[in-house]
Design a protein around this ligand. Structure first.
Ligand code: MN
Length: 233
């Protein structure tokens, strides 16, 4: 697949260095291949998706997903895709909580609006709602291009600091790659700011898009084609 998007990198001058070329190659050529490989788009209503970008601001989205295990998928728009982490316990507004966030395959930009049911037998079978979404930017810059460069660099370095403006999540968060736990284990941590709180943000259950609450996956729905043995969700 040819590089469709330039993602604005390398076309302007500033103090933040561009990530090395390998990041761009991964981002432009390999991104979404894993996502597509895992899914049968004749069966699932998830978007097949192409690389695409927000017009003005980068967006984040958190989807609550009742799959084999209930979890929250935390996604950050970067380089025309949604960089994604599965957070078993969900995000917290308490800086003392360090929530395990397992890096998963990039998802297409159009996944930001996906709500519904992934059929039994398909990868990630279960129900999905958009638990929160809104614009976000790196702590380094509010300018989308500058911000994206800093975010991609942070992703490569294993430490991303960013500010979200969601309906539920607000303020600064960090995603920090853990040492010695394999490359996919990260921690999602709220930073101490005026939005930090020990209130349970997950008590706000409804979709910010439709107002729907998440349906749990019914155990008796576990039929259909043989489940794949690939890592869950
Ligand atoms: Mn998931």
């Amino acid at each position: 697949m040819p590089a469709k998007t330039n993602s604005g990198m390398g076309t302007f001058k500033d103090p933040i260095p561009s990530p090395p070329l390998t990041t761009s190659i991964e981002g432009r050529y390999m991104s979404l291949t894993t996502y597509k490989k895992k899914r049968n788009f004749a069966r699932t209503s998830e978007p097949a998706g192409k690389k695409k970008k927000s017009a003005h601001e980068l967006i984040f989205v958190v989807q609550e997903h009742s799959a084999t295990n209930l979890h929250y998928d935390f996604r950050l728009e970067m380089d025309g895709v949604l960089k994604s982490w599965a957070v078993p316990k969900g995000p917290s507004m308490n800086p003392e909580d360090k929530r395990l966030a397992m890096k998963v395959e990039d998802h297409p930009y159009d996944y930001k609006d996906f709500e519904g049911t992934i059929p039994e037998g398909e990868y990630g079978a279960g129900n999905v709602i958009v638990w929160d979404t809104g614009p976000y930017h790196s702590i380094e810059s509010e300018d989308p291009k500058e911000s994206e460069k800093a975010l991609l660099l942070g992703l490569k370095k294993g430490h991303i600091s960013f500010i979200v403006e969601g309906k539920k999540l607000k303020g600064e968060f960090a995603l920090v790659q853990m040492k010695g736990r394999g490359e996919n284990a990260w921690l999602l941590i709220k930073k101490g700011d005026k939005y930090a709180s020990d209130k349970d943000i997950l008590a706000k259950k409804r979709s910010v898009l439709t107002g729907k609450a998440l349906k749990m996956r019914k155990k008796n729905e576990k039929t259909g084609p043989k489940r794949r043995t690939a890592p869950k969700n």
